[in-house]
Write a protein that binds this ligand. Structure first.
Ligand code: FAD
Length: 512
């Protein structure tokens, strides 16, 4: 069949997770990598802080495990935590072998920073652009391998034959045609789902496609109520993913209401230096209480030279949007940052559907539990990227090639004459998730969200069944599934734990 592609392994996603698996597999079997946009689009390229690993004599595996468990608030899988933490040193060695240049002290020892939740300095970084350094190095390496790379393809649905995943249907964003990709094993490495919220630090591709595809295919998905929010993203219509680093608060930046009043001391003794989730919650509380669109961050009491020297990127970027951080407060909002839940996998990245693997932010390995500790996510991408690909290498010879799948059937659909349904519903889902299922929840808001999402689900499904697909429509269809799962998970959790915070459960006793 003309539009059918056959490979041994199909990897959906070209971030840190997907490329790690691809590099491990490409010398051994026929691999194809698909990405929804250019190969370098994804959260990986935006990671600033770094990657956690025990590489110093003053640190220990036990301490990294303990910090991860504390942050995970009772929901981590101890086995998974031990697995990731004890493989961190190998992951770093592998990254260095791929050409990643981490910042060093005098060109010898790695320079280590300390981030929230870590009791030691253990975060390796490449200045303040670690993800870019990792992403670019892995892309350079994969381009030397005999792997097929398909950019601008949006995976739509998984193909299941005899209760096994044997491929995907993918929409070619350029031609508007849907093609069939088949393989003995399929890896979902499609990143997170933070785009389901109105404000997010994530790039546009983070619409939870892999999680939604796996869910539709009947895979287990867990912990979706735990979405991490970063407290301070610049509030401006064109600055959609620009984070204002926590270091601004670390150096004395104050959070203010529109009338100039400082509010953090009311919420926590540590004020602006309280942990991320507490600061994000306080901002959200004030925004909802006053019905305001943003709060303000002010570091202008520090000398201009100090600000420009310490925060050159923040200074430059804010100026581009007309805000001078050296002269006054800048508008900020919390933003959805990381999806702690996802497709449930074992230590080899295997999902509950044979033939299907999930790695990176798409997966739920048990490492993060109810709250991700900073800089453990890139590490998880590398460790599970290797684990899943090792499993495939060991088993692939025993797996029969799949039978040809049916081509995509477009005979029943027509061109849409109501594109407004898609654009309107995109906005509606993200706003309703932000307002009703965001940082601070209540039973009433969750109930309201549930009613609205039911309506949106049926509207989007009807549209999907009748009209020709587009990338926008496919993402909307997935966002609605993700929103539905988050609402269901948040409604089912009758306690406050980790990132899930419901005002109606403040008095509830926790089981453990
Ligand atoms: C601003 C920011 C800062 C961060 N800082 C850190 C940090 O300092 N340390 C840390 O550990 N973590 C950090 N994180 C989190 C970390 O970057 C991500 O969790 C991690 O990079 C995810 O990698 P991934 O490979 O799973 O997915 P991504 O890198 O997001 O890649 C997803 C890939 O999937 C593709 N894709 C998606 N849907 C489809 C589809 N339907 N069809 C085809 N392809 C598809 C995309 O095109 C892309 O190639 C940060 C995240 C952000 C946004």
């Amino acid at each position: 069949m003309k539009d059918n592609h056959y490979y041994d392994v199909l990897i959906i996603g070209s971030g840190a997770a997907g490329l790690t698996a691809a590099l491990n597999l490409a010398p051994h079997c026929k691999v194809a990598i698909l990405s929804k946009g250019p190969i370098n689009e994804g959260s990986t390229m935006h990671a600033q802080g770094g990657i956690a690993a025990v590489v110093s004599d003053e640190d220990s595996i036990e301490s990294h495990i303990e910090d991860t468990l504390i942050s995970g608030d009772g929901l981590c899988n101890l086995d998974a935590v031990k697995f990731v933490v004890s493989n961190a040193q190998d992951a770093i060695n592998w990254l260095v072998a791929q050409g990643v240049n981490f910042s060093t002290v005098d060109g010898k020892l790695f320079h280590l920073t300390r981030e929230g939740g870590h009791s030691r300095r253990r975060v390796l970084h490449a200045a303040d652009a670690t993800g870019l350094e990792i992403g670019n190095s892995l892309i350079k390496q994969i381009q030397k391998q005999p792997a097929a790379i398909f950019t601008d393809y949006t995976a739509i649905n998984l193909i299941k034959q005899h209760d096994r995943c044997t491929g995907i249907y993918a929409f070619n964003n350029q031609t508007g045609k849907t093609e069939v990709f088949q393989a003995k094993a399929v890896i979902l490495a499609t990143g997170g789902a933070s785009k389901v919220y109105l404000y997010t630090s994530n790039p546009d591709c983070a619409s939870g496609d892999g999680i939604a595809m796996a869910w539709r295919a009947g895979c287990k998905v867990a912990n979706m109520e735990f979405n991490q929010f970063h407290p301070t993203c610049l509030y401006h219509p064109h600055a959609k993913s620009f984070l204002i680093t926590e270091a601004v608060r670390g150096e004395g930046g104050k959070l203010l209401l529109p009338n100039g009043e400082r509010f953090m001391p009311k919420f926590d003794q540590r004020a602006e230096l309280a942990p991320r989730d507490i600061v994000a919650r306080a901002i959200d509380f004030e925004m909802k209480r006053l019905g305001i669109d943003c709060v303000y961050l002010d570091i202008s009491h520090k000398p201009a030279a100090f600000i420009i020297e310490h925060f050159p990127t923040v200074y430059k970027r804010c100026l581009e949007f007309g805000f001078d951080v050296t002269k006054g407060p800048i508008p900020v909002v919390p933003a959805a940052h990381y999806t702690c839940g996802g497709v449930v996998v074992d230590k080899r990245g295997r999902t509950s559907l044979p033939g299907l693997y999930a790695i990176g932010e798409t997966s739920c390995t048990g490492l993060h539990g109810a709250n991700r500790i900073a800089s453990n996510s890139l590490l998880e991408c590398i460790v599970y990227g290797k684990a899943a690909s090792d499993d495939i290498k060991q088993t692939i010879a025993t797996i029969e090639p799949p039978e040809p799948a049916q081509p995509w059937d477009e005979s029943q659909v027509t061109d849409s004459d109501e594109e407004i349904v898609v654009t309107h519903n995109w906005g509606e889902v993200r706003r309703l998730m932000w307002d009703y299922v965001g940082i601070v929840r209540t039973n009433k808001r969750l109930e309201r969200a549930r009613h609205r999402i039911e309506l949106l689900k049926s509207e989007v499904q009807e549209y999907y069944s009748n009209f020709r697909i587009s990338k926008n429509l496919l993402e909307l269809r997935n966002l609605v599934v993700i929103a539905d799962i988050i609402i269901q998970s948040a409604s089912a959790r009758k306690e406050n734990r980790g990132l899930h915070y419901n005002l109606d459960h403040l008095a509830e006793k926790r089981k453990s």
